[in-house]
Design a binder for this molecule. Structure first.
Ligand code: FAD
Length: 396
């Protein structure tokens, strides 16, 4: 193992987990060489604004940077953007990128996730956005204007946030969702219906239980989406939001154990010595939930970045934070804590003023003659978050 003080800690990936880890390593007193290899042409940045403030033209992209260029310079963090790591030698403790081989004393894989592609859309050659990068958000922003017809395939979080941004810009929006409600699997029928109603109230043509059967280019250069029902929808621009796939290929090729992401223990250690994984790509043995959990959440990337930093330095911290997620759509802001997992939930309790968009929700699973709170959420009730954090996981 190469662990001389001159051998750097190397981080692969230029997202939130990578950016957070750099800050945390320096805060924890690591003074040695630190290299970030990031394939995008940007300093590490946060993605939530790409479907919210930045997409809506409210916030400059600089606001999304984890640290600015000055910070990296002051803290002697060598961020190499536009550099794709091609391979890892876990025995030799090296990575190869752009023909150069770099030794590492410890390695963090924070390669994130990529949008799942929809071959029907790609093969049709229609104008389509898969929202993940600054470039994709900038391009989509230009499409969101009055009268422009935007078609969204997938009523997940990103799809619905784009729908809200598009409506705010005056575009006409059609959302095509395969399930009976958008967000059904996570939220369950009652709460998913609240989101569906919200979008319809804002003029979104939300179609559920629909299956896309074909996509072809229209004469005007837009997309004609054929549905299995025989109907079709013509749009000027298509946005596909059908989930993301963890970027595991580098780890897999290096012989690191993967399975729905890079598998790690609770300390974010992979199967290879001195190699850690964090953020969207990490499928982590969660010490409180008692199973492997991979989330694609902003907060997880931050928490993992910090825990990874501690353990890259030989620490023994566990990634034990409960999954936390937030979204903003129209005048609905919410925070959600928990993860009901494969066992799901048996009952949902909604407390407060749903019509006034000010309420709290508990997701409950029966255990014997009691109920476990497996998740909680507030809508526009920001003071409730502490109670939600302490209640989730408890029995009542
Ligand atoms: P990423 O941000 O994906 O960063 C990984 C980076 O590694 C990428 O730049 C990738 O190109 C790079 N990379 C991959 N392979 C290599 C390689 N071989 N060499 C070099 N670099 C490589 N979460 C919320 O909780 N709330 C929200 O409201 C929310 N909104 C979102 C909106 C959008 C549009 C998107 C896309 C995501 C949103 N998320 C939200 C999710 C959140 O942004 C992610 O969980 C977070 O970005 C994960 O950070 P990460 O560092 O793990 O991965």
């Amino acid at each position: 193992m190469t662990d001389s003080p001159e051998t750097p800690i190397v981080i692969v990936g230029g997202g939130l987990a990578a950016g957070t880890a750099t800050g945390s390593l320096r805060e924890r007193g690591y003074d040695g060489p630190l290299i970030v290899l990031a394939d995008e042409p940007h300093l590490p940045y946060e993605r939530p604004p790409l479907s919210k403030g930045y997409l809506m033209g409210k916030d400059p992209i600089e606001k999304a940077l984890v640290h600015d260029a000055g910070w990296y310079a002051e803290n002697r963090v060598d961020v190499r953007t536009g550099v794709r790591v091609e391979s890892i030698d876990v025995d030799g403790h090296t990575v190869t990128a752009g023909g150069e081989t770099l030794a590492y004393r410890a390695l963090l894989l924070a390669t994130g996730a990529r949008p799942r592609r929809l071959p029907l859309a790609d093969e049709a050659g229609v104008p389509v956005t898969y929202l993940r990068t600054i470039e994709s958000s900038t391009a989509l922003r230009a499409e969101l204007r009055p009268g422009r017809r935007i078609g969204l395939i997938g009523g997940g979080w990103i799809g619905l946030e784009v729908a809200a941004a598009a409506r705010a810009a005056g575009a006409e929006v059609t959302v095509l969702e395969m399930a009976a409600q958008p967000l059904l699997a996570v939220l369950g029928e009652e709460v998913a219906t609240i989101f569906a109603d919200l979008h319809r109230a804002h003029g979104v043509d939300l179609r559920t239980n629909v299956k896309v059967a074909s996509i072809e280019q229209t004469e005007a250069g837009g997309a004609r989406i054929g549905l299995e029902s025989g109907e079709s929808v013509d749009v000027d621009h298509l946005v596909v939001g059908v989930g993301a796939v963890p970027a595991t290929e580098l780890a897999e090729a290096a012989g690191i154990v993967v399975g729905n992401g890079i598998r790690t223990d609770a300390r974010l250690r992979t199967s290879a010595p001195a190699v850690f994984a964090a953020g969207d790509v990490a499928n982590v043995d969660h010490p409180l939930l008692g199973r492997a959990v991979r989330t694609e959440h902003w907060d997880t990337a931050i928490k993992h970045g910090r825990v990874a930093a501690a353990n890259l330095l030989g620490g023994d911290e566990a990634a034990d934070a409960l999954p936390y997620f937030f979204t903003d759509q129209y005048d609905l802001g919410m925070e959600y804590v928990g993860n009901s997992g494969p066992d799901g939930f048996d009952r949902v309790e909604i407390l407060g003023d749903v019509a006034g968009l000010s309420f709290k929700v508990w997701w409950l699973r029966t255990e014997g003659d009691r109920e476990r709170v497996v998740a909680g959420m507030h809508v526009n009730g920001w003071d409730a978050i502490d109670e939600i954090r302490t209640t989730v996981g408890t029995l009542r």
